[in-house]
Design a protein around this ligand. Structure first.
Ligand SMILES: C[S@@+](CC[C@H](N)C(=O)[O-])C[C@H]1O[C@@H](n2cnc3c(N)ncnc32)[C@H](O)[C@@H]1O
Length: 365
């Protein structure tokens, strides 16, 4: 039986007292979290002749392994496993990646990458997301050490209708030691890949990826939004700063991260679930919320003055927001009577940058 990739979209964010500030819809955001139609179609084409139950069994095995933090090297054994991954995890990793890259484009307009290295590419989520955000992207390299992932990534890219994806270089290599012959790229992305590496390998890996980034380029690291991955990213952040990098997002400063203990910096993106995703994952609601943490490092470029690090809360008297800024973390309140500031803040959401002039005053935590 043929599976069909049909998405339930758009999802309208909830209105109401507590989360009314989320009224801005994805359609107004700079980059849609929905898989490109060509990618959905390319996946659908690979479902022909595959049994739903068999894919479901594989998807369940992958989910259990993911929850147990087992690297995909042990679970993705063939193209059917890679397909099960693409149906169940790719939509979420794509949505997280496009959320990060879309914000990067909006916040750093001088950043216009022509060459991309997608390190630990899997099925190519970052490459597809980058080519949606920067259609002018001219050259893509996907690097992975999984043949199963590379084979599926190649087949999907071939059906993309996007020249840069269709001419991708596929490199079977270890991202902890990228080949010296590999050219530098303006945009180097490792999405949900460092999480699979041993902690001891992170400093050298991140130095090697940074070295592969052109002088005007950027290194983007995206990880699951868990306390463990945030802590690892903060160690990586220190390493990058020591290497001369400037962290331009999400942090509005280069000082030590003020989040400690049970507090960790993460963001969330809501994405629609396809009918088949719901079947394979036994989902009950037609959307999922993907939590992620990330870092963007550049040699040039200034970070935002502040960043909203939790869902904003809109109530009758005004908007409350949790902001990270150079002076630390503030809980801010913007009263409704301060109309210009209120109108600005009610449109902001978790993850958004706040400009210096618009940053509301608040008390340090
Ligand atoms: C969870 S998947 C993420 C895939 C993709 N980036 C995404 O966002 O969907 C992790 C990927 O990293 C790759 N990977 C893990 N360790 C690696 C290593 N040492 N060298 C190359 N690739 C590696 C795996 O093969 C897998 O494709």
């Amino acid at each position: 039986m043929c599976l069909e990739l049909r998405v339930f979209y758009p999802y309208r964010k909830p209105h109401g007292r507590e989360f009314a500030s989320r009224s801005r819809e994805f359609a107004l955001m700079s980059a849609s979290p929905v898989l490109p139609a060509a990618l959905s179609a390319a996946l659908s084409a690979r479902l022909d002749g595959r049994g739903r139950q068999e894919l479901k069994t594989r998807a369940q095995r992958l989910s259990e392994a993911y929850r147990a933090r087992q690297p995909t090297a042990g679970t993705i054994r063939d193209e059917a496993d890679a397909l099960a991954y693409a149906l169940t995890r790719l939509p979420a990793t794509y949505a997280a990646t496009i959320a990060v890259l879309g914000r990067l484009r909006d916040e750093q307009p001088d950043f216009m990458p022509a060459r991309l290295l997608d390190a630990g590419s899997g099925t190519g989520a970052a490459a597809w997301a980058a080519s949606a955000v920067w259609p002018e992207l001219a050259q893509i390299t996907m690097l992975d050490r999984s043949q199963a992932f590379l084979t599926l990534a190649r087949a999907l890219a071939a059906d993309s209708g996007v020249a840069a994806l269709e001419t991708t270089d596929f490199v079977d290599a270890d991202l902890t030691r990228p080949p010296s012959a590999l050219a530098e790229a303006d945009l180097v992305v490792a999405a949900y890949a460092l999480t699979e590496l041993a902690e001891t390998t992170l400093p050298a890996t991140v130095a090697a990826l940074w070295k592969k980034t052109t002088p005007a380029g950027g290194l983007v690291l995206i990880e699951p939004g868990t306390p463990r991955d945030h802590a690892r990213l903060m160690a990586v952040r220190e390493r990058l700063i020591a290497l001369g990098a400037r962290i331009v997002a999400p942090c509005p400063h280069q000082a030590a991260c003020p989040m400690t203990g049970d507090d960790w910096c993460h963001f969330s993106v809501r994405l629609p679930r396809s009918r088949d995703h719901m079947f394979l994952k036994e989902g009950v609601v037609p959307f999922e919320d993907e939590k992620f943490s990330y870092l963007v490092a550049r040699r040039a470029g200034a970070p935002a003055a502040g960043r909203i690090i939790a869902p904003t809360r809109l109530a009758k008297p005004g908007v409350t927001a949790r902001l990270c800024g150079p002076a630390g973390i503030n809980e801010t309140f913007t009263p409704r009577r301060d109309k210009p500031a209120f109108d600005m803040m009610r449109r902001k959401d978790w993850g958004d940058a706040v400009a210096p002039s618009s940053a509301p005053s608040g008390e340090n935590q």
